[in-house]
Structures are given as structure tokens and as C-alpha cells.
Write a new protein. Structure first.
Length: 91
């Protein structure tokens, strides 16, 4: 069963990621996606920091699907987040 949707925590300017959560059988899974990955997915480079959450919302379905796959495909640090980067979306 794939991870279930959680909440969008927001843009982290220091880490240059959008943080979000998902759930695995009721357990919270911290996740993040780099802004570079979102830019690559959307094919643009002109997104301003205050527009990052909106960009995440436009791409949410594909981001969450890939976060779920990455969570179940391989080892993730026990307490670390699932972090998605551009190479996670290369087929």
C-alpha cells in the first residue's frame, strides 16, 4: 500500500526544499523535494521563493507518488526524511 497524503509544511529557504509529510500505516514520514527537482519537473527556472508551495501543489501528485516509491524501494535513514532530487525522477 502506498504512502498516504499528509500535509505541506512549507518552503525551507536554508535547505532549498519544500518539506511535506506522508503516512505509512498511520506513522508520519517526513519528506522533502529540492526546488531543482521541481524546476526540472515543470521545465522552468523562474519560480520565486514565495511561489514554491504553489509549485509543489501543481506537482503534488507526481511528487507524492515518487516519494512513496522511494520510501518502499530502498533504505531510508530510520529517522531521516525521504528527500527527492532531480535524479529520482529520471526514468
Amino acid at each position: 500500500m502506498p504512502l498516504q497524503r499528509g500535509e505541506v509544511l512549507g518552503y525551507d529557504f536554508n535547505r532549498i526544499v519544500v518539506d511535506f509529510t506522508m503516512f505509512n500505516q498511520g506513522n508520519r514520514v517526513r519528506c522533502a523535494i529540492s526546488t531543482a527537482a521541481m524546476d526540472d519537473l515543470e521545465g522552468r527556472r523562474d519560480v520565486k521563493p514565495d511561489q514554491r508551495v504553489d509549485q509543489f501543489m501543481r506537482l503534488r501528485e507526481i511528487i507524492e507518488e515518487r516519494a512513496s516509491r522511494k520510501f518502499f524501494e530502498g533504505p531510508t535513514e530510520a529517522k531521516g526524511p525521504v528527500v527527492l532530487r532531480s535524479n529520482d525522477f529520471v526514468k
